[in-house]
Design a protein around this ligand. Structure first.
Ligand SMILES: [Zn+2]
Length: 307
């Protein structure tokens, strides 16, 4: 009996060892030098030598997925826009290699300062941070910078930031991703949609989060507050004012129905990823933006004599 126990114990022990070997083998593979084909796209995951390879492999193209920390109704996490932006950008970089900048959550969000959890940096800081981030990327060889905006409130800021690139000579370009129609995917997307009003933290954002991180969607609190347009400035004709969003959606929720459909989220991410991959590919293969920018700066130093 004792012998049987000893043999049994040995068998278990050798089994454990065999298991350990398997794990060691898996670890060994993970420690192999990363070939250029398997370079991670996320900048924070790269070693310094791998980063140098990534700059080459990306053709100098980097994408900054931009989010914000703000209320997303009562059921989505504060970082929703960042999760969404990063999911689309990482998928795009897997289709067409580019370096993906680490989590970036500084943007324009003054209109949500009355809600818990909003991080609203000053104009000076958000401008400086983005300006210096771009300059530092350029200094590291990433001279084709794509901004991918996941937060509606930053739209005007980012448009103006791009326009302002022409204020002084740069050795890099900044391009803001703009999504467009996609006949096949748009058809599939609208077939899955039920909401009549779908804006901030509505059906689409809920779908994306339920695809990316379902554990962070609080299903017990779906649409826990009204999301209808309160139209409190509807009487004001021909005017835009900063308080317009608060006048319409003070709960930081703009939606009528909230369903949880991860398939819809997957399609929305796929659409953006395909279009962003096309933009990455274009910038890798073309220097037209750089050339036009160069020509512009040359002429603008002496507009009378430089034709
Ligand atoms: Zn959002």
């Amino acid at each position: 009996m004792k012998n049987i126990i000893v043999i049994f114990a040995l068998l278990i022990f050798s089994g454990i060892l065999a298991g350990q070997k398997k794990i060691e083998k898996a670890d060994d593979t993970a420690l192999q030098p990363v070939s250029s084909a398997t370079l991670p796209c996320q900048m924070e995951e790269l070693t310094s030598p791998q980063f140098a390879k990534a700059v080459e492999q990306s053709g100098g193209v980097v994408v900054i997925p931009m989010g914000i920390i703000e209320k997303h109704a009562t059921h989505l996490p504060l970082g929703t826009d960042l999760f969404e932006a990063r999911a689309s950008v990482i998928r795009a970089a897997e289709k067409e290699y580019a370096v993906v900048f680490p989590p970036y959550y500084a943007g324009q969000i003054f209109e949500a300062k009355h809600q818990p959890g909003t991080i609203a940096y000053s104009n000076d800081l958000m401008w400086k941070l983005l300006e210096e981030t771009c300059a530092e990327l350029s200094r590291n060889g990433l001279k084709k910078i794509i901004l991918f905006n996941g937060h509606g409130g930053s739209t005007y800021f980012l448009d103006y930031f791009c326009q302002s690139q022409l204020a002084s000579k740069k050795d890099y370009i900044v391009v803001l991703f703009q999504s467009g129609p996609d006949q096949a995917l748009d058809r599939q997307i609208s077939a899955l949609k039920a909401a009549k009003l779908d804006g901030h933290a509505g059906e689409e954002e809920t779908a994306m989060m339920s695809y990316i991180r379902p554990d962070l969607v609080d299903k017990d609190n779906l649409a826990g507050e009204p999301g209808a347009d309160q139209k409190r400035l509807a009487e004001m004709p021909f005017g835009f004012t900063g308080i317009h969003w608060y006048a319409r959606y003070p709960n930081h929720f703009a939606g009528d129905i909230v369903r949880v459909d991860p398939k819809l989220g997957d399609l929305l991410i796929e659409k953006d990823a395909n279009q962003l991959a096309a933009l990455i590919k274009y910038l890798k293969n073309s220097n037209t933006v750089e050339q036009l920018q160069e020509e512009f700066f040359r002429r603008s130093t002496d507009p009378v004599n430089n034709k």
